[in-house]
Structure formats: C-alpha cells, structure tokens
Design a protein. Structure first.
Length: 272
C-alpha cells in the first residue's frame, strides 16, 4: 500500500539530484522490483528515462571493479542493479558506501590528479527472488515490492508531462527526501525480503525471547551463542558472533546493559 507514495518520493529525489538541488547528500534509496521472469521489470526501469536520455541508463555495473563503479556515479543518470541477488555478501559494504556517496573523488583514466566529480546517478534494482536482503541493521535503503503480475509497458509515456510535473512539484518545495517515518515504513515492509541467517534460525530453534512476566534467563549474546554451538554442533565465525547481538535486538528480545555487557532475556526451548 505504500509503494505509490514512496516511489513518487524517490522519483522526485532522482530529478532533484539531476538538477543539482542537493550536492551534500546522495539519492541513497533504491526501488527494488521483485517477481518472476518475464514480468518486464527491467523494461520498466529502462522506460523511466525518455529516449533522449537512454545513453545515460545502464544495467551493467560490476561492484568488484570499484573505481569503475564510482565513475558510473558521474557518467549515468540511472543505474539498474539487475539481478540484485547476484551481488555477493563481500560486496555489500561497498554497495552501501556507493549508494550514500554524494560526490566522486577519483582520477579519470589517463589523468594524473584526483578530482571531484559531480554525482548524477540514482539506483533501481530488480530480482527474481524474495529472500535477498542481508543487512541486519535495517533495509531502509530499499523500496521493496513483490509483483503479482506483469507490468504493462505497451502504453506510451508522455515524458514531457511526466518530468514537467516533477519539476513543478520541486519548484514549489515539495519534499524529495525520505523522512524518518517513511524510512521506518520501508524497514518494516522489507522484512519479508530479508534473508534469515543460519545463526538466527538456530536461535529460534533453541530459544525464544522471554515475556515481561516470565522468569527466563539473562544471558550475554556470546553465552547464548556458545550454548547453541554446543547443542547444534555448528561453529560460527568471529564475524557472525559479532553481529549476533544485533540479530537478537532485531528479533525484539528484551535486553539490559550491565557492567560486563548487554544481557538478553531468553527462555530455552525443548528440542526433540
């Protein structure tokens, strides 16, 4: 139900940044179209730009080539992260960085000095799979929507009217950035598209968060993890252990801060 107003806000944000209305921030939010093949997701993304600007659209960006990816921020107006689920976990940190980067500080090919280039690009994304968001700190950078039917791309778009309306709104000070309420809506809406890490699934097998009136146990995250490892005979990396506390917080497990760290109120479950 929130797709239309959120997409409208993103579209205004895209146009505002083309016009140079905000050079201190980037359009760091991306619509994320999720649905089966042949639903014309990529065609829809491409059709957002009129024919005269099609040269400034791309759906081929390689985040493993960081310098080239940063130059794309200056070269293109709209970048489609096609097959978003193919972005590897190791590239997620760079993706977050590039989405938020307001300018490009780089050396052009064959140049000797680093220069500051203006960013024009906004991002949009497509995927065939629902469980594709891996950031446990929240998903406020995406406007996720699951499509229930193919997009009708047969009707022509009146681009002059479309962009005239966008400019009219911007010239009359229509807000083009997302506020905290809209970010909270996006975070909540995107929960259905988040991957559930193995460490989270195992917690839900062996524990649950205690209710206010229940006695339960107050344990450090590392103690809970140690018990899960012993019971499941699985091992977890130091990186996985480091964000386990954030997973517990996201699951709404009650916590309190003590001298030796944050304790979580949990109840062990009987496992057959």
């Amino acid at each position: 139900p929130h797709w239309a107003p959120l997409f409208r806000r993103w579209f205004l944000n895209m146009v505002a940044h083309w016009r140079g209305m905000d050079k201190k921030h980037a359009n760091s939010t991306s619509p994320l179209l999720i649905g089966p093949q042949a639903y014309r997701k990529s065609t829809f993304c491409r059709m957002l730009l009129p024919p005269a600007l099609q040269a400034y659209y791309t759906d081929s960006i390689d985040f493993s080539r960081k310098r080239d990816a940063e130059l794309y921020l200056n070269r293109f107006l709209l970048i489609n992260m096609d097959e978003f689920d193919q972005i590897s976990p190791s590239q997620q940190a760079f993706l977050k960085h590039i989405l938020q980067k307001p300018v490009v500080n780089t050396r052009r090919p064959n140049a000797s000095a680093v220069e500051e280039l203006r960013r024009y690009a906004s991002f949009i994304a497509t995927s065939n799979h629902r469980d594709l968001l891996t950031d446990t700190s929240g998903s406020r950078r995406f406007i996720g929507i699951y499509m229930t039917g193919a997009i009708d791309v047969s009707r022509p778009i009146d681009y002059e009217q479309l962009y005239a309306q966008a400019l009219e709104l911007l010239y009359h000070n229509e807000r083009y950035w997302f506020d905290s309420e809209e970010e909270a809506i996006m975070t909540e809406n995107n929960r259905e598209f988040e991957q559930s890490p193995a460490i989270e699934q195992l917690f839900m097998v062996y524990y649950r968060g205690a209710e206010e009136e229940e006695e339960g146990e107050w344990l450090l995250a590392i103690d809970i993890l140690r018990r899960i490892q012993k019971a499941s005979k699985m091992t977890f990396s130091a990186r996985q252990a480091s964000y386990f506390g954030r997973i517990l917080q996201r699951l709404g497990v009650k916590s309190k801060r003590k001298t030796y760290g944050t304790y979580y109120h949990v109840i062990p479950l009987e496992v057959e």
